[in-house]
Design a protein around this ligand. Structure first.
Ligand code: ADP
Length: 667
């Protein structure tokens, strides 16, 4: 059995693995970059080793640094989590060479599935259905264009070494093929150092259904049923559920058998996932699903499978890595109820789901379901890593109540201080078609407007709250906050009489005060159990919550968090920020009229113009990669490129001026 386990990851998954390892009595070792010194996974592990600077390529992705950390702490096994080194066969080789047990499959199994093209060939041989398309060696653009025509539009260009939706382009028309191919190849080269692509038929009304498999070193392979991950944005999952809506016994039988065949074909050991693309145009069919790829690791969405099967998959992984047999036989595994997971990200759905940074000023998850998180209130969301804040998971007897409970959990959780997709997820989970299971992978794109709608109400109340919590207004008994001040803003009348809860910090100690509107309508009576002479100098208001706010006749809680730059408000399920835009939270914050400023730290992937070029408003001038996403930085007006300060490959800091425009003399 493993004695000391090093977790080569960060965030929620590192915390998740530590939990199961501790349950099995193992010592745990965290690794961290200098930027993560105070992160939760570091605090939760028994020991922690710094493996390098903030940049992942120099810390979490450094094989040498991780192996050194394992040796230094006497770790006999390494769990890679997901992402980072989890699917890197060279890392597995390095573990083996150093006598360290890698919790996961063999390097050979990983190599077999590492590239999408080779994996498809292998699966074809094993008799598993694969998506029709071209996955050969020829990369001549004209040849690929001919292949696309033969396959028939729409087609999907995919990077063979791809992952996370990168290097992938849907092409609907032959005219766009060449440009899409070029940009897919560029992204693939930048992300995976491999520009090689394959072309696939784009499946109509596609659904993404995957099967969890598990193998051990004794030749046993079982499946743990399917998950539906069709609700995606930017080809990436945001909601996952198990079992899949509309699944029949026949299709489940065919799909899980194909998955077990795939796992057996490579003598798979440990937890793995076989992803299928499914034609959802006329219900699920036994001949309507095709192998897409295998993920040779634990998936982000593994908790929904754990919920419906009662299995702790990390515990199984650790036991299998120690040479144990799978604790259950196939017939002992059954589906209990329905489970759904939402991925809460620091990102801005309104700005194309652009990753966001900022400090979590207020974080309080409603505990109606499982919460897997790696952050706590006060943590800074860093631009270097994936912006996943937490996974919220519910499990109920039936699908609808699992969805309703999760929507409610999202509505009542407080997440303020950075842009997040919380409200977007709440709308998504409350949508009729989502509740009835009637959707495919295009659902979010098609329904985007209604899912990101923002009401004015939240903004107005943010303004009112800004005035109300102005520290001078709450400065003391001589200067009571009057309702009259707020009423002048013209929106206060939608509120009923309030009792509010104020958290203040005095000499670094937090106190909770209760403020009740006075009967005489002239201010607030403040109650405190812990402070005698409120207020004192140095009072810093952290937050206010209004417990009884009436908005349009409906009672709902309101919570306000002021910071130096912004006022963050959550009203019922909705939230808004008022004040300066969080730097890096949106492209608009990265532009001034004449210049393009880096909205966050990142790497320049391509420059699409030269000095002296005349450009038009909206034209993409620079592509940059930040927080695992490529984004185009566009001209905000027409002009001529006067200064170009960067080239492809450059690292830039937030706020750097990348390009400057001068007025076009010919215009
Ligand atoms: P990655 O490894 O980059 O995540 P995948 O091959 O797993 O890429 O595909 C990601 C998503 O793209 C799928 O979940 C699905 O929504 C969509 N997709 C992939 N292949 C197809 C296809 N042939 N037809 C339609 N949609 C597809």
């Amino acid at each position: 059995m493993i004695k000391t386990l090093l977790i080569a990851n960060r965030g929620e998954i590192a915390c998740r693995v530590i939990r199961s390892a501790k349950k099995l009595g193992m010592n745990t070792v965290a690794v961290y970059s200098t930027a993560d010194r105070n992160a939760q996974h570091v605090k939760q592990a028994d020991q922690a080793v710094c493996v390098g600077p903030a940049l992942a390529s120099e810390s979490y992705l450094s094989i040498n640094a991780i192996i050194d950390a394992a040796k230094k702490t006497g770790a006999d096994a390494i769990h890679p989590g997901y992402g980072f080194l989890s699917e890197n066969p060279e890392f597995v080789d390095a573990c083996v060479a150093n006598g360290i047990c890698f919790v996961g499959p063999s390097a050979a199994a990983m190599r077999a599935m590492g590239r999408k093209d080779a994996a498809k060939l292998l699966m074809e041989k094993a008799g598993v259905p694969v998506v029709p398309g071209y996955h050969g060696e020829n990369q001549d653009p004209e040849f690929l264009a001919e292949q696309a025509l033969e396959i028939g539009y729409p087609v999907l260009i995919k990077a063979r070494s791809g992952g996370g939706g990168k290097g992938m382009r849907r092409v609907d028309d032959a005219h766009d093929f060449a440009a899409s191919l070029e940009s897919a190849q560029r992204e693939a080269q930048a992300s995976f150092s491999d520009a090689h692509v394959l072309i696939e038929k784009y499946v109509s009304k596609p659904r993404h259904i995957e099967v969890q498999v598990f193998g051990d070193s004794h030749g046993n392979v079982v499946h743990l049923f399917e998950r539906d991950c069709s609700l995606q944005r930017r080809h990436q999952k945001v909601i996952e559920e198990a079992p899949a809506p509309g699944m029949t016994d026949d299709v489940r039988q065919a799909m899980t058998q194909a998955a077990v065949t795939a796992a057996r074909a490579i003598d798979y050991e440990g937890a793995g996932t076989i992803e299928f693309i499914v034609d959802g145009s006329a219900g699920l069919r036994t001949d309507g699903f095709w192998f897409m790829e295998m993920n040779t690791r634990l998936q982000v969405e593994h908790p929904v499978t754990e919920a419906i099967t009662g299995v702790d998959l990390v515990e199984w992984q650790l036991q299998a890595a120690s040479g144990g047999e799978i604790p259950k036989r196939q017939e002992e595994l059954t589906i209990q109820g329905h489970s759904v997971e939402a991925r809460l990200y620091a990102e801005d759905p309104v700005a194309g789901f652009l990753p966001a940074t900022g400090r979590l000023q207020y974080l309080d998850f409603a505990r109606s379901g499982r919460v897997d998180s790696g952050v706590v209130e006060g943590d800074e969301i860093l631009p270097y890593y994936d912006p996943l804040l937490a996974k919220l998971i519910t499990h109920s007897a039936d699908r609808l109540s699992a969805f309703r409970t999760l929507a409610d959990q999202l509505a009542t959780s407080k997440v303020l201080g950075t842009k997040t997709n919380r409200e977007f997820l709440w709308r998504l989970l409350s949508h009729d078609e989502v509740c009835s299971g009637d959707f495919d992978t295009s659902f979010i794109d098609v329904n985007l407007q209604s899912l990101i709608e923002q009401t004015n109400e939240a903004r107005l109340i943010a303004v009112a709250c800004h005035e109300l919590i102005n520290p001078s207004a709450l400065g003391g008994a001589d200067e009571p906050t009057t309702l009259a001040t707020a009423r002048q803003l013209g929106c206060w009348q939608i509120w009923g009489s309030c009792e509010r809860c104020i958290e203040v910090e005095i000499d670094d100690v937090a106190h909770t005060l209760r403020a009740i509107e006075s009967d005489k309508d002239d201010g607030w009576v403040i109650h405190s159990d812990s402070i005698d002479n409120y207020p004192k100098a140095g009072v810093h208001i952290k937050r206010l919550s209004f417990t009884r706010s009436i908005i349009d006749g409906v009672e709902c809680p309101v919570c306000v968090v002021p910071t130096d730059e912004q006022i963050h408000v959550q009203i019922g399920a909705q939230s808004a920020s008022y004040g300066r835009v969080v730097s890096g939270a949106g492209l608009s914050s990265g532009k001034t009229d004449d210049a393009i400023i880096a909205p966050m730290p990142g790497r320049i992937v391509a420059v699409h113009c030269n000095v002296g070029d005349a450009v038009s408003a909206g034209q993409a001038l620079i592509s940059m990669e930040a927080m695992k996403m490529e984004q185009d930085l566009c001209a905000s007006k027409e002009g001529v490129v006067e200064i170009l300060a960067v080239a492809a490959g450059d690292q830039v800091a937030q706020g750097d001026e990348l390009l400057r425009l001068a007025p076009d003399p010919d215009a």
